[in-house]
Write a protein that binds this ligand. Structure first.
Ligand code: C2E
Ligand code: MG
Ligand code: MG
Length: 406
């Protein structure tokens, strides 16, 4: 195992020694140990950042949550493993909290820890890409905050579209999701989390979404599937757009402009909180559906009114968000949510796309529940159009291999 620097916080001397030996047996020799949170803080400030912190939760005095918060504030550990004899539900909630604080959580180990489970979590650190700093939500940059709405509007030429593939279980690409980025001249490539507040503040979310729809349809027409058909694209639609009387007509006009059939377009709508459609608007959506356009409820389960909307609007697909999918192999509660959604979708004749597939373990856990379409970093990250086309070409042999195995 590549030389790793690991900190163990464990107040029980025997357990500490056992873990130390397990790390050595796994080829990790740069091991820092501490029996208290204060001790861990001092060791870290003396010896610097570690790759992985293994953190016990229950200790006399300060508990492990204190160290987790310190790691999140200081950035002194690249990743975290939680160690405890607490109930599974508590471990999962601590892992969620650590993620919310911005830490990369490799997983949790039930005490007494075993060498195989430890090895598996450490491999995860080496094999799976963590979020790049760019992908993390960063505080809005002062340069962005100083921009007036008019200046934000003028930046439209810098709004670029990246594409993330969606694949079936045989590995075949079934389409892509269009995700907007801002190619900022001095700040680099910005993700929606970094600049959407500004776009929303300037009242430009609809303008941006139409811009993305146009780019995505142009891309769909160029990047064809093996069978010569336009590459199916999914575009995120700001919920308010559905309440515009000319919404459906504008979508139809865009499809015509690019000569793309309606069946190649999926409109993804997140929770449509508080925006009721009147009968004309609903009719417009139904026209689109009749022509073959797909309507997807994005981030299903994350908003209060999702279930109700599912019955009201002519959805054909639901997307399960990363929050339920990421880590489901190790979290029975998440697996139960995903299983329940799959059963419901099957009975309602809806397609399901699971987002946030980051690891082979989660992929296998999904496979055990059915065969939804998958999207996530394990398959590919969102990328520029030309990179996606290259990725599709280079990937063909791997895909054929997967098909043979299926
Ligand atoms: P979304 O539509 O749910 O898109 C999926 C998000 O999950 C994307 O974030 C994608 O990069 C991220 N993602 C994909 N695979 C993984 C994974 O394996 N792990 C994790 N942790 N994340 C993964 P992104 O690109 O930052 O977009 C965030 C949200 O911004 C989107 O969520 C969507 O609601 C909104 N958005 C993006 N582009 C547009 C757009 O053109 N128009 C509108 N109205 N909203 C957009
Ligand atoms: Mg989406
Ligand atoms: Mg989503």
């Amino acid at each position: 195992m590549r030389s790793l620097k690991v900190l163990i916080l464990e107040d029980h001397p025997f357990q500490l020694m056992a873990l130390h030996q397990m790390l050595n047996a796994n080829g990790v020799f740069d091991v820092l140990t501490a029996e208290s949170v204060d001790g861990a803080r001092q060791t870290l400030s003396r010896r610097g950042r570690v790759d992985i912190a293994i953190c016990d939760l229950h200790m006399d005095g300060q508990d492990g949550l204190e160290l987790i918060r310190h790691l999140a504030d200081s950035g002194l550990a690249a990743a975290l493993i939680i160690l405890s004899s607490a109930e599974r539900g508590v471990l999962d909630s601590v892992a969620d909290l650590a993620r919310q604080l911005g830490l990369r959580v490799l997983g949790s180990l039930q005490k007494p820890a075993c060498s195989v489970s430890l090895h598996k979590l450490m491999r995860r650190y080496l094999d799976e890409p963590g979020d790049s700093p760019q992908a993390l939500a960063v505080p809005a940059h002062a340069e962005l905050l100083a921009m007036s709405p008019a200046e934000v509007a003028q930046s439209k030429a810098q709004w670029v579209v990246h594409y993330q593939p969606k694949v079936g279980f045989d590995g075949a690409v079934v389409g892509v999701e269009a995700l907007v980025r801002w190619q900022h001249p001095s700040l680099g490539l910005l993700n929606p989390g970094q600049f959407f507040p500004l776009i929303e503040g300037a009242g430009l979310l609809e303008t941006l979404s139409w811009h993305v729809l146009d780019q995505a349809l142009a891309f769909s027409a160029q990047a064809r599937l093996d069978n010569g058909q336009p590459l199916p694209v999914a575009v995120n639609i700001a919920p308010l757009m559905l309440t515009r009387d000319d919404f459906a007509a504008q979508v139809v006009a865009a499809l015509k402009r690019h000569d793309v059939p309606a069946s190649a377009l999926t409109l993804e709508v997140i929770e449509t909180h508080g925006c009721q459609l009147d009968s004309n608007q609903l009719e417009g959506l139904l026209h689109l559906r009749i022509q073959g356009c797909q309507l997807s409820i994005d981030d299903f389960g994350m908003g209060v009114s999702n279930l109700q909307r599912l019955l009201e609007l002519p959805f054909s697909e639901l997307k399960l968000p990363s929050e339920f999918v990421r880590g489901m192999a190790d979290d029975g509660r998440k697996a139960a949510v995903v299983a329940g959604a799959l059963i419901m979708a099957r009975r309602m004749d809806l397609k399901v796309v699971v987002e946030g597939v980051e690891t082979v373990d989660d992929l296998m856990a999904i496979k055990a529940l059915g065969s939804p379409i998958m999207q996530g970093y394990f398959i590919a990250r969102p990328m520029a159009g030309q990179d996606l086309r290259r990725w599709m070409l280079e990937r063909e042999p791997a895909e054929a291999r997967l098909r043979r195995r299926a």
